[in-house]
Structures are given as C-alpha cells and as structure tokens.
Design a protein around this ligand. Structure first.
Ligand code: TYD
Length: 339
C-alpha cells in the first residue's frame, strides 16, 4: 500500500506548493486538511484538484473528530503540519486565534499521530521563534526567545512537538524556515503587499526606519528543504531552512519599485510594528549536511514573483477587495493618514 501523507493547511501558500510537489515526485497519496480561513484558497491547487492520489477535506486541525477520522479513514502514516495562523500584524490585533490554531491545533494533531502510531510527524515552524538576532545567526540548539503572539504560539507548537518525541517516542521532526516568498502568497505579507500596492500606484507602508533585515527564501527552496527533512531528518531534531539572502526591508522595497518601473515617492515610512524584531538570520549547516541548498537567487526569484503578480491580477484583486479591506484599514488606516 502506498504511503499516505496528511498535509494540513495544504490550501495555504507554502502548503499548496508542498502538496503539488508530493503529487509530482512520489508514489504517495496526499490528504489535504484545510479550514479554508481567510488565506486558505483552493484556487492555489486548481491544477491538481482531480488528481487520482489527492483528497481534500474541509476541516479544522483543532477538531479532534475530523482529524482522527482523516487519519483513520485514509490510513495516514505521515503528517506534515502547515496549518497555522502566520501573520504577525494579525497576531498583534487578535492573539487568541494564534494560540488556538498554532498551539492547540498542533496538540490535536500530535494526539492523533500518537493514537495512530504514525511513521513521521513534521512540524513546520519559523525562524521567528528564535526572536531578534542582532548579530550572527541562529542555530537549532539556541534557546527560543519569541517576542510576538505569533512567534510565541509557534514556539509553543515546537515545544509540544518535541515533547511528544521525548515523552512518547513519536517520530517528530521540525523545520524552521526564514521569510518565504513566491507566487500565490496572500498579499498581507511584505513582498506581495508591496508588489500589488505598487502595481495599483498605492503607497508602500514601510515600518519604522525600514532598516530591519530578513533572510529571503523562495517557496520552492523552502519546500525542498521540508522534503529533505521529511525523508532524512533525525527524529527529535529541528532543522533551519534559510535562503542565506539577507536584505534590509528598504532595499527590498527599492528593488520592487525598480522592477515595476514605479517611483520612489510611493514609499511611505509609517509607525513601526509593536515589538518589531529587527533581524532574523539562520545557520543552515545542519540541513546542508543532508544535501539541501537554496537554488534560486533572490534577484531572479523576486523578478519572476513580481512578473507573476503583474500577470495574475485575477488572483489577488479578488482577495484585496474582500475581507482584506477591513484588515488593511485596521492596520494601515491611521498609519497612512499620518497619525
Ligand atoms: P512580514 O512579511 O510580515 O514577515 P515577518 O514579520 O514575519 O518577518 O514582514 C517582513 C518585514 O517587512 C518585517 O520586518 C516587517 C516589514 N513590513 C513593513 O515594513 N511593512 C508592511 O506593511 C509589512 C507587512 C511588513
């Protein structure tokens, strides 16, 4: 019988790439469990929706009955958990949903995995759990020091997952990825927000001095790293996945404007994000020892991402005219009106 992988959050940005990747590359069945909240979008998976080895289940990872049934009915032997609330600015507005999905949801999945005796549980996490990194780079063995409700919730999920390895011997592995970008990313995140705003000749709201630094990773390189850890990672271990391409936000904004041929005057320095981490950086030697390395340069990957948003307005214009408008007003309204 082929292996069956339960991918949670498979209708989200990174999850949808991972679903497609599994279906292409390997002889396994993929069960995608997704709650289809604001950023889950089945249009991200239109090309595989009728694939014979693919099943979609509409459900929440916090719902133990749904999770248990999915694991049992489809003989799931592997779980990869992408399902999460992920946006820092939303976590500042409403932390409760982050605790629920990122901590409680992870617990529900771990319990289902334990009951079914699955072969592998991969928890997808983030470099943000290490907190602000003024110098050097984070190793997997570094203490976690999250500073936003989002990163604190993800750190809670990390600790829980690792505790299931230590306590019950569940074969858990963890990945901590850096800032990820590419086509189909919900336009609340920095790159797609700035690209789509620039296309529409709207202001680009740069938080604070814009000198914060992030390490950019293309979504395909991220997924390749996750796949490597799924296949080769040692149970009980975490693996960093970073693009190794650190840039200041201001520099990224300039690049986006240049690629689109738009004026610098669209840039607006606005009130900083509360508790804004100035820098993240990952040491990825551990994953490189398993043979992984990022294959796309930031310049090429950013240019092709910008082209995709320019050519696929149908995908994001719909999003930006819906729930997103109220969110945008809450986060940026006062900031952009100069208060
Ligand atoms: P984001 O995409 O939210 O990722 P994260 O906060 O998880 O790193 O933001 C990336 C960087 O861009 C971060 O330093 C915050 C900054 N930023 C802005 O300056 N303006 C914005 O409107 C957004 C969304 C982010």
């Amino acid at each position: 019988m082929p292996s069956t992988v339960l991918v949670t959050g498979g209708a989200g940005f990174i999850g949808s790439y991972f679903v497609r990747r599994l279906l292409k590359k390997q002889d396994l069945r993929v069960v995608n469990l997704d709650a289809l909240r604001y950023s889950g979008n089945l249009e991200n998976l239109r090309d595989v929706e009728h694939h014979p080895r693919y099943v979609f289940i509409h459900g929440d990872i916090c719902d133990a009955a749904v999770v248990d049934r999915a694991v049992r009915d489809y003989h799931v032997d592997t779980i990869v958990n992408f399902a999460a609330e992920t946006h820092v600015d939303r976590s500042i507005l409403e932390p409760g949903g982050f605790v629920k999905t990122d901590v409680l949801g992870t617990y529900v999945l771990l319990e289902a995995a334990r009951a079914a005796g699955i072969r592998r549980f991969l928890q997808v996490s983030t470099d943000e759990v290490y907190g602000d990194v003024p110098a050097g780079s984070s190793m997997e063995s570094d203490p976690l020091a999250p500073r936003s409700p989002y990163s604190a919730s993800k750190a809670g999920g990390d600790f829980l997952a690792l505790s299931y390895y230590a306590t019950y011997g569940l074969p858990v592995v963890l990945t901590r990825g850096s800032n990820t970008f590419g086509p189909f990313q919900y336009p609340e995140k920095f790159i797609p927000l700035f690209v789509t705003n620039a296309i529409e000749d709207q202001s680009l709201p740069l938080y604070g001095d814009g000198l914060q630094r992030r390490d950019w990773l293309h979504v395909e390189d991220h997924c390749e790293g996750i796949e490597t850890v799924l296949q080769q990672g040692t149970p009980g271990e975490a693996y960093n996945i970073g693009g190794g391409q650190e840039r200041e936000n201001k520099e990224m904004a300039d690049k986006i404007l240049t690629l689109l041929g738009k004026p610098q005057s669209l840039l607006r320095h606005v009130t900083d994000r509360a508790g804004h981490d100035r820098r993240y950086a990952l040491n990825c030697d551990k994953l490189r020892l398993l043979g992984w390395r990022p294959r796309r340069t930031l310049e090429d990957a950013l240019a092709s991402t910008v082209t995709w948003y320019r050519e696929n307005r149908w995908w994001w214009e719909k999003i930006k005219s819906g729930e997103f408008r109220a969110y945008y007003e809450r986060v940026y309204g006062a900031r952009l009106s100069g208060e």
